[in-house]
Write a protein that binds this ligand. Structure first.
Ligand SMILES: Cc1ncc(COP(=O)(O)O)c(C=O)c1O
Ligand SMILES: C[C@@H](O)[C@H](N)C(=O)O
Length: 346
């Protein structure tokens, strides 16, 4: 069983069927099709307001291109040191913004605080020609540590960014998992709290390759289509990306898939509490678990065929376990049973 990432899971059957259904006949290309139009309308319904939505095929493209609308090339984009845009996008944000600087703001559990954002922006040397200029803050929801920002936390950060004339981006590669955990409305945790643009993720939660950059500000959205095309991310047969999002957003499939992934993570972390030598690093508020286990136990789990990442930069024995819509209760029970057997035998 593979707990490396939700990226290792397949495609939710409803989404695969939607792709096949979209394969009937011809449709206008480059997003001119009816499915793409329907997706933007559906996102408006879900977010309870008009939105400007642009499908892309990767979360990295969603993040980097979204940020390119928020900052000049001499700008500063503030994010957590473990943010995906900082650590795992190979310079795409820097490339597509024309060179903006990613500036880390530390914070516990993968989250940054309004207080630290305020202190950073208060001391950012705005107007000083020798310094990058504050332009955007990026939050990851759910975070790279498997935690979720509350509505109040997002709102407090947004109050600071707005005071400083700085935009607020949300990396929502696992947005569904956060919404499912928090039990809030998509509107409350985004634009109503002050978010300007959301990378709305679907790939990790059952899509083949589908994300949507969702703008809550028409002016910010105005240049995105050109930036997407220039980056080579305007998909000619867009209907097949949009069909994934259409199915994802139908009958709350996106939330049902995320709820299952989150429930499996809760089952897993609940079962692991009894394993001798286990140490949980962060609260489990989505579908990612960060734990430390004895190295011998980890070796035995790998020998038994379980797959998971050693977490880079963390203490020896620290691993990440990620559940998905496809994780079964039997998968979870097997991991817990094996971990217990190995730890007790050590
Ligand atoms: C938090 C987060 N943001 C963005 C991404 C980027 O997604 P992609 O790998 O599709 O570029 C990932 C990838 O898993 C991620 O974990
Ligand atoms: C790159 C890797 O971290 C990926 N974003 C994941 O969460 O699995």
């Amino acid at each position: 069983m593979n707990f490396c990432s939700d990226n290792v899971a397949g495609i939710a059957p409803e989404i695969l069927e939607a792709i096949a259904r979209a394969n009937a006949g011809t449709m206008p290309s480059y997003g001119g099709d009816e499915i793409t139009a329907r997706v933007e309308k559906r996102l408006g319904e879900i977010f309870e307001r008009e939105v400007w939505a642009f499908p892309v095929t990767t979360g990295t493209a969603a993040n980097a291109l979204a940020l390119s609308t928020l900052t000049p090339p001499y700008g500063a984009v503030y994010c957590h040191p473990e943010a995906h845009i900082m650590v795992d996008e190979c310079g795409a944000p820097e490339l597509y913004t024309g060179g903006a600087k990613l500036v880390p703001i530390a914070g516990a559990g993968g989250k940054i605080s309004a207080r630290d954002v305020a202190e950073t922006l208060d001391n950012a040397r705005a107007g000083d020609v020798h310094h990058v200029q504050p332009a955007a803050v990026s939050l990851t929801q759910a975070s790279e540590c498997g935690t979720a920002y509350t509505v109040a936390e997002v709102g407090a950060i947004a109050a600071v960014t707005k005071k400083h004339g700085v935009k607020l981006h949300m990396d929502g590669a696992r947005f569904a998992n956060a919404v499912a955990h928090l039990n809030v409305t998509p509107a409350d945790i985004t634009w109503k709290a002050g978010v300007d643009v959301l990378s709305f993720g679907a790939t990790k939660n059952g899509a083949l390759a589908a994300e949507a950059v969702v703008f809550f500000d028409k002016e910010l959205a105005a240049s995105f289509g050109f930036r997407r095309k220039r980056a080579g991310h305007l998909i000619s047969k867009m209907r097949f990306i949009s069909a994934q999002l259409d199915a994802y957003l139908t009958n709350d499939l996106w939330l049902r898939l995320a709820r299952h992934a989150n429930a499996m993570a809760q089952k897993l972390v609940g079962g692991l509490q009894s394993v001798p030598g286990v140490h949980l690093l962060y609260p489990v508020e989505a579908n990612e678990i960060f734990i430390r286990l004895p190295l011998q136990t980890l070796a035995g789990l790998r020998q038994a065929g379980f797959q998971f990442y050693d977490w880079p930069g963390a203490a020896p024995g620290t691993i990440r376990l990620v559940t998905s819509f496809a994780t079964s209760a039997a998968d979870v029970d097997a991991f817990i049973a094996k971990a217990n057997t190995l730890a007790k035998a050590a």
